[in-house]
Design a protein around this ligand. Structure first.
Ligand SMILES: Cc1cc2nc3c(=O)[nH]c(=O)nc-3n(C[C@H](O)[C@H](O)[C@H](O)COP(=O)(O)OP(=O)(O)OC[C@H]3O[C@@H](n4cnc5c(N)ncnc54)[C@H](O)[C@@H]3O)c2cc1C
Length: 385
């Protein structure tokens, strides 16, 4: 039976980065991807911070970059709205199809075997390692990395899952430099609708919400905007409940969306899941090279020290959003002064945006409202500004 030091189930950003790091240390690594092509089907808006991409040791190829001209964000409530500058956030829009292939290429050059149309069916303890059953036969490995995305976490817990729909749209109302986020507690409970532009007149338009029919919610959002053509449709669950309890058990390491590592506020996970992969791959390498599996827990410690406190605050912001009805959202928006918005947009960090949220909620009447809904708990968010 073919043996690998490391088998990674899931060939997307977190799994491929884990494979890259483990292979860089000289381990034999296989990535199993059930789809027939790395990066496809795309189920991602591709919005990411440039700093995050760099931290993962990546410089996206020109073919992977769709838009670097994002300058502002329009944030809408049912009958109100404001605009903030996004210049300081330094974000770009990626084509995940090309981006994931670029990481696969990096991992492959370091020795990783990438196997597409190769589904992991189950894995079980076999001596000191694992026997992995796949659609193409059995394999064995010393370390098993679960990078199967939300599909993996859903099997364990459905509570933090929202349904999403995202269409690629050609429409004259999509402005190349403007992201749009629209809140409406009836249409998108617990989440929002979004527009991520890829060029003037084209972009990714999506919605998510608790218990909604995402397809019809998205269709009415797009219809309400005006003339358009939809050229691609994708439906996918997103996870918003934050990290799962343990990332490591024995020699099984869970990374990325499978470990709940996407942001509870926006479900953005390219960076936070990708870093999960990087840190996990490094920890596996250290454990394997020194024969000391206790080093695997270093991955979890490192991820939590990077993102744990921020995710706690994002979970509070999520709790607040889940309790706001449309009247409260409108009132909250009216309570925001241009100065507070300016402060929030200039101090904001795309990956650690709880500080900007705290600034916004720190406005007197907004704070009063947030306190009425969440009690003193909200202080943990507001006081961090
Ligand atoms: C509609 C939508 C829009 C999004 N927009 C953004 C955004 O703009 N910015 C951002 O940062 N994040 C965004 N995200 C989140 C982001 O896509 C994910 O957080 C990120 O891709 C997670 O990476 P991952 O490697 O952990 O998992 P995934 O990308 O989900 O990859 C899991 C992989 O495992 C494979 N797999 C599953 N089961 C098996 C199996 N049994 N055997 C083999 N392979 C298997 C899957 O085919 C898949 O390739 C969005 C998500 C959605 C759904």
């Amino acid at each position: 039976m073919p043996h690998y030091d490391v088998i990674v189930a899931g060939g997307s950003v977190s799994g491929l980065l884990a494979a890259r790091e483990a292979a860089a240390a000289g381990l034999s690594v296989a990535v199993l991807e059930e789809d027939s092509e790395i990066g496809t089907p795309v189920h991602c808006g591709g919005l990411v911070s440039i700093a995050g991409i760099r931290n993962m040791g990546l410089v996206p190829d020109a073919s992977a970059v769709e838009n670097t001209k994002i300058a502002r964000a329009k944030i809408l409530s049912p009958s109100n709205g404001f605009e903030i500058s996004a210049e300081n956030q330094k974000v770009m829009v990626l084509d995940r199809r090309a981006f994931d292939k670029q990481i696969a290429f990096q991992a492959q050059k370091l020795g990783t075997e990438i196997k597409v149309k190769f589904a992991m069916r189950s894995f079980s303890k076999d001596g000191s390692g694992y026997s992995v059953k796949t659609s193409e036969g059995d394999l064995v490995c010393d370390y098993f990395v679960d990078a199967r995305g939300v599909a993996s976490i859903i099997a364990r817990n459905r509570e933090g899952v929202l349904q999403s729909a995202q269409y690629e749209v050609y429409a004259p109302w999509i402005e190349r430099d403007t992201i749009e986020v629209a809140f409406d507690s009836q249409r998108y409970p617990g989440f929002f609708a979004w527009i991520i532009p890829t060029a003037q007149g084209s972009g990714k338009v999506g919605v998510a919400g608790r218990g909604i029919n995402a397809a019809s919610a998205l269709q009415s959002y797009i219809d309400g905007k005006g003339k358009h053509s939809v050229v691609r449709k994708v439906y996918a669950p997103i996870w918003v409940n934050g990290p799962t309890e343990n990332f490591v058990s024995d020699k099984t390491i869970i990374v990325g969306d499978a470990a709940g590592q996407s942001k509870p506020t926006t479900a953005g996970g390219i960076y936070t899941c990708g870093m999960g992969g990087v840190l996990a791959g490094r920890a596996v390498a250290e454990a394997a090279m020194t024969n000391d599996d206790s080093l695997l827990t270093g991955y979890e410690k490192n991820w939590r020290s990077m993102f744990g406190a921020e995710f706690e605050k994002m979970l509070l912001a999520r709790k607040l959003l889940e309790r706001l009805d449309n009247k409260a959202i409108d009132e909250l928006f009216s309570a925001l002064s241009p100065e507070k918005l300016e402060e929030a947009s200039t101090s904001g960090d795309f990956d650690f945006h709880s500080a900007a949220l705290a600034k916004i909620l720190g406005a007197k009447s907004a704070a009063r409202m947030a306190k009425a809904l969440l009690g003193n708990e909200i202080r943990r968010l507001i006081d961090s500004s």
